[in-house]
Design a protein around this ligand. Structure first.
Ligand SMILES: Nc1ncnc2c1ncn2[C@@H]1O[C@H](COP(=O)(O)OP(=O)(O)OP(=O)(O)O)[C@@H](O)[C@H]1O
Ligand SMILES: [Mg+2]
Length: 266
């Protein structure tokens, strides 16, 4: 992916980001108030005069509000990361497998409701890593899993995998959904990239998830890409140094791909 931009484009992006940050920041407070009061109203109705029709309508309001808040947070995160203002807080993660199981738990209900088998596969012992796990999860892993669940039909499978080799840890989110057509693969990591994709493929979303994931993983010293050798479904890979604060060597994706090819085809 070509990520080089000239000074003029940089200035335009900065201006956009300033505007987006102000708008998204100002939209957050009324959104939070609306969500809070909808929840309160829903509880009141449930306790005093339970009415299925009203509760159903309130649930739609709350779900849409949550979606909108998610979008606002995505835009804010993007603007912060692009401006280099996202703080990265490194901490030692003793049990990475447990963190991945935490993600599986977060999405467990959604997967179950959709009839999708969600699991964690850890093939080898994982080292203690020094990552900003909270942000890695929020900006990258959650979006990969949420995409996989969004696009995989009922009866399918979504796997969160991890494997270590040398000073690199590979994280992998694989699904048995429709996959991503070759002609659009180079667009998915772009800002609002989904608008260039076929409308029936985009489903609900604002097209910032993969862009944010790419920004964050890069700032965290790693690489993210779509495994292009998979025939069925989609498979996203993240390669991160065990300790990005120490390891200044650039992860070479081609080398990682070649070394791991036999293992990656889980
Ligand atoms: N697992 C997947 N299977 C099929 N298509 C995918 C998958 N993951 C991403 N895509 C495609 O890439 C596009 C961009 O994904 P991205 O996560 O950036 O945006 P989004 O999911 O549409 O919105 P957002 O994540 O901001 O809510 C998607 O709209 C979809 O077309
Ligand atoms: Mg997404």
């Amino acid at each position: 992916m070509n990520t080089t931009i000239n000074d003029n484009e940089k200035a335009i992006i900065e201006k956009h980001n300033r505007i987006l940050s102000i708008i998204s920041h100002d939209l957050k407070s009324p959104m939070i108030a609306m969500l809070g009061f909808s929840r309160l109203l829903s509880k009141e109705i449930e306790m005093s005069a339970p009415d299925e029709k009203w509760l159903k309508m309130l649930k739609i309001i709350m779900d849409s509000g949550e979606d909108m808040l998610g979008m606002i947070e995505d835009i804010l995160a993007m603007a912060k990361m692009e401006a280099g203002k996202e703080i990265i807080e490194f901490e030692f993660i003793e049990d990475l497998a447990k963190e991945l199981i935490g993600i599986e738990k977060t999405f467990g209900c959604e997967a179950k409701a959709k009839g999708i088998d969600l699991s964690v596969v850890v093939k080898s012992e994982l080292p203690v890593v020094r990552w900003d796990m909270k942000r890695l999860r929020y900006h990258a892993l959650n979006n990969l899993v949420s995409n996989a669940l969004k696009f995989t039909p009922s009866g399918g499978r979504v796997t969160i995998g991890a494997e270590a080799f040398d000073e690199t840890v590979m994280l992998k989110v694989t699904d048995t959904g429709p996959g991503i057509p070759e002609e659009v693969r180079n667009k998915i990591f772009r800002r609002f990239g989904h608008t260039e994709l076929c409308s029936e493929r985009t489903k609900k979303g604002d097209g910032l998830g993969l862009y944010n994931a790419h920004l964050f993983v890069t700032q965290h010293g790693g690489k993210i890409w779509l495994d292009d050798l998979v025939n069925q479904g989609a498979s996203f890979l993240i390669a991160l140094p065990v300790d990005p604060t120490q390891d200044k060597t650039n992860i070479e994706v081609e080398k990682v791909k070649t070394n791991n090819r036999h293992k990656l085809l889980l």
